[in-house]
Design a binder for this molecule. Structure first.
Ligand code: AMP
Ligand code: ZN
Length: 113
């Protein structure tokens, strides 16, 4: 966890462009956007991926999903948006800290963005 990029972003050790933050979660702009709006939403606690979600830690995931609509509204994504989480190597997960991509601002294809 001490070498986890998103734990460092959550702790403010590595800077990010924040769009939302509270005690439990952080949303910030993806450094390599694949759509006009590309935001990552993370729990501040370290969960490695969707595969690490359990009955014990899933409240923060519910909180993320309860917050995503407000983030999307704030970003003006009135025509819709996509929420994606890559889990494991076959899905192309590159950062091993649970994150949900919010993608929007254009007509998305069936590719991730
Ligand atoms: P994934 O490939 O699904 O694991 O997503 C990881 C995402 O993190 C990619 O879209 C990267 O562009 C993004 N990313 C990597 N480093 C940073 C960073 N320092 N700040 C913001 N986004 C980042
Ligand atoms: Zn982490």
């Amino acid at each position: 966890m001490e070498n986890c990029l998103f734990c460092k972003i959550a702790a403010g050790i590595i800077p990010s462009t924040k769009v939302y933050e509270d005690d439990l979660i952080l949303a910030f702009r993806d450094i390599a956007p694949m759509a006009p709006t590309h935001i990552l939403v993370i729990p501040k606690t370290h969960i490695p991926s969707v595969d690490g979600i359990t009955a014990e830690n899933s409240a923060v995931v519910a909180h993320i999903f309860a917050t995503i609509p407000a983030i999307a509204r704030e970003e003006g994504l009135v025509n819709g948006y996509r929420v994606v989480s890559n889990c494991g190597s076959d899905a192309g997960q590159t950062v091993q800290h649970l994150h949900f991509h919010i993608l929007g601002g254009k007509q998305l294809t069936l590719e991730m963005a």
